[in-house]
Design a protein around this ligand. Sequence first.
Ligand code: SOE
Length: 375
Amino acid sequence: MMSTLGVAIVGTGMIGAVHRRAAVLAGATVRGVAASSPARAQEVAQAWGVPRGYDGIEDVIADPQVQVVHVCTPNHLHRSMAQAALEAGKHVVCEKPLATTLEDARALAALAASTGQVATVPFVYRYHPVVREARARIAAGDIGPLRLIHGSYLQDWLLDPASNNWRVDPALGGASRVFADIGSHWCDLVEWVGGERFAEVSAVFETVIAERGVATGKSFTTPAAGGDTQAVSSEDAAAAMFRTGNGTLATVTVSQVSAGRRNRLWFEIDGAKASVAFDQEDCERLWMGYPDQREEVFVRGPGAGSAEQRRLSVLPAGHAQGYANCFEAFVADTYRAIAREQPEGLPTFEDGLRSALIVDRVIASSRSRAWTPIA
Ligand code: SOE
């Protein structure tokens, strides 16, 4: 009998725990965990009930029981950790952004391609069943040639000036914060769903909170106000206009300071025959609008729609699925690829590199204030 896949989780923040749950549900065995210190790794290993708390990445890659390394650390560590794991012959799931520079993303994608190991990046919003439905309908020509793409990705977890996080510090998060962190998801999704690639960009970055409370290491919680503060240099919000290779205009607003918007990734793709819209915070429904006063809402479920929509609908209609299911499907598909299957729409290091290129050009445009080619 084939033994189960052995995996290690590197990084124990919110997303490390999400990776761990998805790995377990996909049938893997979590062999151990690495954290910001050996003591913290031991603590989390105990809490998760996994055999090993690794001292660091060297310890992880030396473990022969580990076939897959999940890199869930702050962004500045992605390159070295993913590289070490690939060079040790492991498959890798690396959090986005794949790297904090285009050069590092290029090196990682080239290394992954040369090893032939599976290397994926969790652009997980591709795994909402109704997103797959939108993609299938657009590919089938249901909305006609694209006329306009628009949308936003808004959050509010950094609205409070007392809140802070490693993402805010360019040394740890990279030169772009909000665009690399969440604008990257929007671009990946819209290019993948709409089937057109952005060819040029004009972008503006805005830092609206100049000073923030000193980072505590605890994200997504409301911190106490009144402590020491530090200057902020990364952007809280951004606006970007793109033009695709086919000439379609796309616009997006991204923000982490928009009250009441917790994780509101929204896009609309308008075609010559119909428009299609998706809202991540209402992710069981896909809206379509027609010029003859008809509107349609497609509801997620295994009983209708495209093959991929049905495949990813693991619960009956009306039994809400969401973010965690997307992550679980993404990790399960990564493991299927390791078993030499070819799951549809699996985001790889090539997609991570594509995203790094877009982010690099968005940053360049925000600095030069000029339309900038994405090539
Ligand atoms: C924080 O902005 C965050 O957790 C991102 O890092 C994720 O990629 C996004 O899916 C949700 O928000």
